[in-house]
Write a protein of this length. Structure first.
Length: 342
């Protein structure tokens, strides 16, 4: 749950009110817990997962899987980048989120903005930490990292505030692809296949727009125009199915098997549209679905360089790599459970 017995700051705007003057000072523990909830632990792998996939396909040898660039990129995009992305989003959406049922305090999956200057400073610090990623990656990876920062901030913050411009709100969410592209480039020293990059970008567009379906009513009530509010629920499903089908087709030109794997997404959205499953419920299935697909993609990449049958690459090494990935997934799931029940 988002609610907590920890003292928190008053969210009122009247600094002279008795309630504000008597509000307890937030504790360090309370702020840290709020930043954890703000970072959306259930969605951590939306940024960190592409790093793992990018490293798996960019590496040519086992040591490269655990090199400085791979580890630093994974660490940054696992937590700090999520604090930055969602912190900026919540800060500039505070008024809108007051009417958003996804941000209901009693639900605990996402929280409404309850930050102060300390929390805001933590969000800025999360952005500045990106300088560490520049220090461990070659210049060829910097445009991807810079593109992520620009889109992560520009999506929610004025003057760009891309999330309020139909189609641009969808296209800008290719930002989720850029960590993976940066990891691939940092490890391999070459650019990723264009078809794979296009496929992943279109996939992210559909993912974002589907996640906006539960926000259609509150966004319309707040006067916010998005791709989903313009299309409406049924046509948004069609848009997402089309984008995901295109993504699968583009990926199939790189690897037919992986293209078939991405085909699960258009099937999923069609099933949601054709049944009485509430989109608000289906929205929360995606972290699990994306983790399964991401795991399959990663194992596919790992088998290029770690083959049990190859001489000099014992099965124990292959098993270790897979176990490391499984452990990361389990830790991510555990954090999500802790946040949900705390």
């Amino acid at each position: 749950m988002v609610t907590s017995t920890e003292p928190t700051e008053s969210t009122g705007c009247d600094g002279g009110s008795d309630a504000a003057s008597q509000a307890p000072v937030p504790t360090v523990r309370g702020r840290l817990r709020y930043l954890l909830v703000l970072s959306r632990p259930r969605f951590w792998f939306y940024l960190a997962g592409p790093v793992i996939v990018g490293v798996a396909y960019g590496a040519d040898a086992v040591p490269e899987l655990f090199g400085p660039a791979a580890l630093v990129l994974f660490g940054y995009f696992l937590v700090p980048a999520n604090v930055l992305l969602y912190g900026v989003n919540d800060l500039f959406d505070a008024d809108i989120d007051a009417e958003n049922p996804k941000k209901a305090a009693e639900d605990g999956r996402e929280s409404r903005w309850r930050g102060d200057r300390v929390v805001t400073a933590a969000i800025v610090a999360a952005g500045l930490l990106s300088l560490v990623t520049l220090a461990v990656t070659p210049p060829i990876a910097w445009p991807y990292l810079g593109g992520f920062l620009l889109l992560a901030v520009g999506y929610s913050a004025p003057p760009a505030r891309l999330k309020t411009t139909p189609l641009l709100d969808s296209v800008s969410n290719g930002l989720y692809v850029l960590p993976g592209a940066a990891a691939y480039v940092a490890v391999s020293g070459t650019y990723p296949p264009t078809a794979a990059l296009v496929s992943a970008w279109v996939w992210a567009m559909a993912m974002h727009t589907f996640s906006a379906v539960p926000d259609i009513k509150p966004d319309r009530a707040a006067g916010i125009r998005t791709t989903a509010t313009v299309l409406g629920e049924r046509r948004t499903y069609m848009y997402c199915a089309g984008c995901w089908a295109l993504a699968a087709a583009a990926f199939a030109t790189v690897d037919p098997g992986l293209g078939a794997l991405l085909g699960v997404y258009p099937i999923f959205v069609v099933a949601v549209a054709a049944t009485d499953v509430a989109v608000e419920r289906a929205y929360w299935w995606f972290p699990a679905l994306n983790t399964v697909v991401g795991t399959a993609l990663t194992i596919g990449g790992l088998t290029r360089i770690v083959r049990p049958a190859d001489a000099g690459l014992p099965i124990e090494v292959w098993a270790l790599v897979v176990e490391v990935w499984a452990l990361v997934v389990e830790v991510w799931a555990l954090v999500g459970v802790i946040v949900g029940v705390a």
